[in-house]
Ligand binder design. Structure first.
Ligand SMILES: [Zn+2]
Length: 78
């Protein structure tokens, strides 16, 4: 698993596993916040014993993630 300076994880539906899993954004928090603010693609990874699953979050998932980040860090921080 890649090392992130600040671990941000989210519970999200993984289509490959067809269940809710813990996934990690592929970018650091600053880039993540910028992507969420700018409405850009946010790619996340579900680490599995085999091949990791990587996909882009849906709009609803991004909104949930925005809320989570806001609660944990505040979106105003850079
Ligand atoms: Zn998966």
């Amino acid at each position: 698993m890649p090392k992130f300076k600040e671990h941000i994880s989210l519970q999200v539906q993984c289509d490959s596993c067809n269940k809710s899993v813990t996934a990690y954004p592929l970018v650091n928090r600053g880039d993540l916040v910028a992507a969420l603010r700018g409405g850009l693609d946010v790619r996340v990874m579900h680490v599995t014993p085999g091949k990791d699953h990587i996909w882009s979050l849906s709009l609803a998932d991004k909104q949930t993630l925005s809320k989570t980040i806001y609660q944990r860090f505040g979106l105003s921080s850079s």
